[in-house]
Design a protein around this ligand. Structure first.
Ligand SMILES: NC(=O)c1ccc[n+]([C@@H]2O[C@H](COP(=O)([O-])OP(=O)(O)OC[C@H]3O[C@@H](n4cnc5c(N)ncnc54)[C@H](OP(=O)(O)O)[C@@H]3O)[C@@H](O)[C@H]2O)c1
Length: 266
């Protein structure tokens, strides 16, 4: 019997590379997507040898629309693909005001547009195939936007919101979607962004293998949102309950009384 295939973006390094290892150990064949073909080939050969799976490197610069479309088309057309991990991403090198607009645009395109295109392609394809899984890398900064580069935090909020909304739509199709919310995780991302990570306290930086293992445990438990470092999951439940408590107040005929002094009398 042929094995299911997991397609992983950002598979040449860091979180994506660990997902490739763990999904191969779970019996998936792999399609490994990133720009660096040499690294992808080395990783594919190593994983094929270690787990006796088929691992295919797929070189793509996802910031280029034609490369993005090639990967999306692969998801649509290859019936064996039933798992997608969106891990391709870059970090900002500073604050919004200290960054070039071109760098911020590239970062947001990769985190939002690319992830959205591949997620929708997978959601439709997996629904038609009767099931599958989508894991999208968000970040805890989506919950603490005041503490980080706003373009990055807003892009990661998109990833969180997309999962929260799509989860219920996909539920009826046996397709699972998860937003993974890592805090600082030890990968190349800081060095690549030219950021000195030596000042980040060791107690705030998770080992990348531990992060991915915890996130996969959260996926297995059926979580739509997984915060690997959060021991007291009641804190998340409380936040989510407070959000839902807003629901009856969010769309009403009349403005709130505290704004009424500006509302023209009819
Ligand atoms: N590490 C953290 O502290 C942390 C925390 C929260 C969230 N995250 C998120 O987790 C995800 C993975 O980050 P990481 O820490 O694993 O970073 P990483 O080690 O730097 O890996 C990033 C991956 O993205 C790929 N990539 C970058 N630009 C690309 C492009 N234009 N086209 C295709 N692939 C591209 C890179 O491969 P090539 O260079 O070969 O293309 C690499 O495989 C990101 O979305 C990041 O925002 C990370």
């Amino acid at each position: 019997m042929s094995r299911p295939i997991a397609l992983i973006t950002g598979a040449s390094s860091g979180i994506g590379a660990v997902y490739a290892d763990r999904l191969a150990s779970r019996g998936y064949d792999l399609i490994l997507v990133a720009r660096d073909l040499d690294r992808l080939r080395t990783s594919a050969n190593a994983l094929a040898g270690k787990y006796a799976v088929a691992a295919t490197p797929l070189s793509a610069d996802l910031a280029k629309p034609e490369d993005l479309e090639r990967v999306a088309q692969r998801i649509r057309e290859d019936e064996a693909i039933s798992f997608l991990v969106n891990s391709a991403g870059v970090a900002p090198s500073g604050t919004v005001l200290n960054s070039s607009e071109a760098d911020l645009d590239r970062m947001v395109f990769l985190s939002v547009d690319v992830l959205h295109t591949l997620t929708v392609a997978a959601a439709k394809a997996f629904s038609a195939r009767g099931g599958g899984g989508i894991v999208n890398l968000a970040s805890v900064v989506a919950l603490m936007p005041e503490k980080f580069n706003g373009s990055y935090a807003a892009a990661k909020s998109f990833v969180l919101t997309l999962a929260q909304s799509l989860a219920s739509e996909l539920d009826t199709k046996d397709v699972r979607i998860q937003a993974v919310m890592p805090g600082f995780t030890r990968t190349e991302i800081f060095e690549r962004a030219g950021v000195d990570s030596s000042g980040i306290p060791a107690g705030m930086m998770m080992d990348v293998g531990h992060m991915v293992d915890a996130a996969l445990a959260g996926f297995d438990m059926g979580e739509v949102v997984t915060i690997p470092s959060l021991s007291d999951d009641g804190l998340w439940t409380t936040l989510d309950a407070a959000r839902h408590a807003l629901a009856p107040h969010l769309s009403l005929e009349k403005p709130a009384s505290r704004y009424m002094h500006e509302v023209a009398a009819e």
